[in-house]
Ligand binder design. Structure first.
Ligand code: BES
Ligand code: MN
Ligand code: ZN
Length: 508
């Protein structure tokens, strides 16, 4: 699939399908009005006869509209003025891509004039279009014997005014990069646990190191981790035949002296619960327990593709949580890399056990910020459902930056409190910390656990348990969630760097 920004008069565009829009009060967006004019009021007539009204989600596919070069015109309804939220725009795109797929159309021009979004921001609406169209054409067929038919749609053009072309082209490049990152995250999430093992994730990271300049990946095996004292991470993989891995990806797009921003992902490639075994129903979904890792890998790919002027380190703590004969048992106590001891009261609270050592490792970089991403707690689904990522942080500005980035990228999070009052729930009679804090506020006590290892730097934790995958029906599968939020967070930082450089030049 190829995206392109184009200019020109709507009626002269040669394409198999021209997409235009109108709102529920019957107002034609500029491109639709141009089609109407060129066709001597063809669309007005359809409006008058009630064949189109502009209600949200409406679609009418017209052939050979007089005076218009395009073979088809797809007229779409935007709904009322207050139906221009991200979720309406998302739905509109879903409807359009469904039509494009059904009719096997090979080329399309989107001429929506930015009308479909409530924010008057061509960069944002264009990028969303690119990301969402790409996402709708994602198909998982890696482990099917019959591969999906190749996507017929090959040319996707977005009509913009000449003034907006540069902005649109930037949006397109960023959108494609983020869409690729989302794609990678979904694919890794969807792969089964017997393929997507800690070693497999490591290979994928190494492959990114081959693909991009300024990108290096290194893998720490169990011996190397033991050397560093990562006994908590290693405790999780002990019941598994699959060796654990610490995957470290370094992207150096910034100045060589700049301290990096660090992303840390939970990479439990399957979570049986260990000796604290999970119930059987739906356990297959615990192959998605590496979605945090997948979104870190996907984001690293996206920023490398965008060549952001930042130094970013991605760390994945990868292990398989199994109840083998060597497995860690409830009550076992380990000494973490930080020196703090942990009483493992429940082997199913394993995410925090792998993350704590990875977070201590992250401190070695003297990072500007550290963000970990994890399918950490079922409690987060109870607290925030399937729409919002949980955001917990020791730094209000960082939490705010992630909240804003999520809003902008339509990949939203919501804050939960990380007050000291919750910390006592982790008291242990036998170690410095227990790895569980009881039923109340399970998402917060999990973050409290992590906070014991992040005192030295600005840190935020993203709990993606509710958003990382869909559980039901045809939609069942990984979402790639948090790649857009994280990419946006880093894009915003890159913009600050560029603005500072710009100021600097002016001073000289
Ligand atoms: N990976 C799970 C969390 C999870 C469960 C995410 C279901 C999405 C859907 C995590 O490792 C886990 O098992 N957490 C426990 C923690 C508890 C033992 C304190 C949980 O949430 O029940
Ligand atoms: Mn678990
Ligand atoms: Zn888990």
């Amino acid at each position: 699939m190829d995206f392109e920004i184009i200019n020109g008069s709507v009626e002269t565009l040669e394409t198999e399908c021209l997409v235009v829009a109108l709102s529920a009060n019957g107002t034609l967006c500029p491109s639709a009005a141009a089609v109407d004019k060129a066709s001597n009021g063809y669309l007005s007539e359809l409006l008058n006869s009630g064949d189109i009204s502009g209600k949200a989600g409406e679609q009418l596919l017209l052939f050979k509209v007089p005076g218009v070069q395009a073979r088809r015109v797809l007229v779409t309804g935007l709904g009322k003025d207050d139906e221009r939220k991200d979720r309406h725009y998302r739905k509109l795109i879903k409807g359009i891509t469904a039509t494009l797929k059904k009719s096997g159309i090979t080329s399309v021009v989107f001429a929506l004039d930015g009308c479909a979004s409530y924010r008057d921001d061509i960069y944002r609406t264009t990028r969303q279009l690119v990301e969402w169209v790409s996402a709708d054409f994602y198909v998982y067929d890696e482990t099917k014997s019959k591969k999906a038919d190749p996507v017929k749609l090959s040319s996707i053009q977005i009509l913009l005014s000449e003034d907006n072309t540069e902005l649109g082209e930037g949006a397109l490049l960023d959108g494609v990069a983020i869409a690729n990152g989302v794609d990678t995250a979904r694919e890794l999430g969807n792969l089964p646990g017997n393929i997507c093992t800690p070693s497999y994730l490591a290979e994928r990271a190494l492959a990114l190191g081959e693909e991009f300049d300024d990108f290096e990946a290194k893998i720490l095996d169990e011996d190397a981790m033991a050397e560093l004292g990562m006994n908590s991470l290693l405790a999780v993989g002990k019941g598994s035949a699959q060796p654990s891995r610490l995957i470290v990806m370094e992207y150096n797009g910034g100045e060589s002296g700049d301290n990096p921003h660090v992303l840390v992902g939970k990479g439990i490639t399957f979570d049986t619960g260990g000796i604290s075994l999970k119930p059987g129903a739906g356990m297959d979904e615990m192959k998605f327990d590496m979605c945090g890792a997948a979104s870190v890998i996907g984001t690293m790919e996206a920023i490398a593709e965008m060549q952001l002027p930042l130094n970013v380190v991605g760390i994945v703590a990868a292990a398989e949580n199994m109840p083998g004969s060597q497995a860690t048992k409830p009550g076992d106590i380990v000494t973490t890399m930080s020196g703090q001891t942990v009483e493992i009261l429940n082997t199913d609270a394993e995410g925090r056990l792998v993350l704590c050592d990875a977070l201590t490792y992250a401190g070695r970089y003297e990072p500007e910020s550290v963000i970990d991403v994890a399918t950490l707690t079922g409690a987060c689904i109870i607290a925030l459902g399937h729409h919002a990522t949980g955001i917990l942080s020791n730094d209000e500005d960082l939490a705010g930056a992630l909240l804003d980035a999520g809003d902008f990228a339509a990949d939203r999070g919501w804050p939960l409190p990380l007050w000291d009052e919750f910390q006592e729930q982790l008291d242990s009679n036998f170690a410095d910390i227990a790895n569980i804090g009881g039923r109340p506020a399970g998402t917060i006590t999990a973050a409290c656990f992590l906070s014991r290892f992040t005192k030295e730097y600005r840190w935020a934790h993203l709990d993606i348990a509710g958003v990382a995958w869909n559980s039901h029906g045809k939609e069942k599968g990984a979402t790639g969630r948090c790649v857009p939020m994280l990419s946006q967070y880093l894009l915003d930082l890159a913009e600050q760097v560029e603005a500072a450089e710009h100021d600097h030049h002016h001073e000289d």
